[in-house]
Design a protein around this ligand. Structure first.
Ligand code: SF4
Length: 225
């Protein structure tokens, strides 16, 4: 899933949050469970927190069939009850990508209308969100903090410190299947036109936007408001 968020009620938005840098310093070497516990503890003192965790799934319109099937596999395996599949607005697609080739002519604009704007809309009611980026993924992710300020909300990266092997161990313990395309040589799976297979010694995300001067879609580099 692309993003995991927790709802906070609007009346607690006025409560002072600790600065993201302070939280990040305190949690820099903490385990994922401790970081998530800290996020929840923080949210609990801020608001009446819903029991079920809303999960945002960004359906760009260009995902592999296997990814959509994998979403449904994880929903069932994890018993998720509030998965929100978010799509780009039809009118935006008609206006800015009527031929469906924006991914080729201007991938930054394509990511903006298919990922960044839909996520920003979906995050509006929330005061914090959790995502799954890891430092071992390299590139701009090599230095991510575990907590950061993202516009008006906090962003938690509880898996930042983990190695690929530790992530695989979590999947194994939870008996979760890997994405079906991993077995076909895809180490990181994004949209179909912008994802290619990777060699075993490649960076995890080397197959994303291969041959282009682009490594991120923008949801982690543009601050949401
Ligand atoms: S990853 Fe490619 S197809 Fe997907 S939104 Fe970005 S540019 Fe468009």
């Amino acid at each position: 899933m692309n993003a995991l968020v927790h709802r906070v009620s609007s009346q607690v938005a006025a409560i002072d949050l600790p600065p993201a840098e302070e939280l990040d310093r305190a949690l820099r070497d903490a385990s994922p469970s401790d970081i998530i516990a800290a996020a929840f503890a923080l949210l609990k003192v801020m608001a009446d927190v819903d029991r079920s965790i809303p999960v945002i799934f960004l359906d760009t319109g260009w995902l592999f069939e296997e990814t959509l099937a994998y979403r449904d596999t994880l929903i069932e395996a994890l018993g998720l009850t509030d998965v929100r599949s978010i799509k780009p607005l039809e009118e935006t697609l008609a206006r800015e990508d009527s031929e469906g080739d924006l991914w080729f002519s201007d991938p930054d604009a394509c990511c903006r209308i298919r990922k960044v704007e839909p996520l920003a809309r979906a995050l509006k009611p929330f005061g914090a969100w959790i995502n799954g980026r890891k430092r071992f993924q390299g590139g701009a992710r090599a230095m991510i903090p575990v907590v950061e300020q993202d516009g008006v909300r906090l962003k938690f990266n509880p898996f930042a410190n983990l190695s690929r092997e530790e992530i695989e161990a979590i999947y194994e313990t939870a008996k979760l299947p890997p994405h079906p395309l991993v077995a076909s040589g895809y180490l990181s799976v994004g949209c179909m036109p912008c994802t290619s297979r990777t060699a075993p010694d490649d960076d995890t995300r080397a197959g994303r936007w291969r041959g282009r001067n682009k490594t991120e879609c923008g949801i982690h580099t543009m601050k949401t408001s």
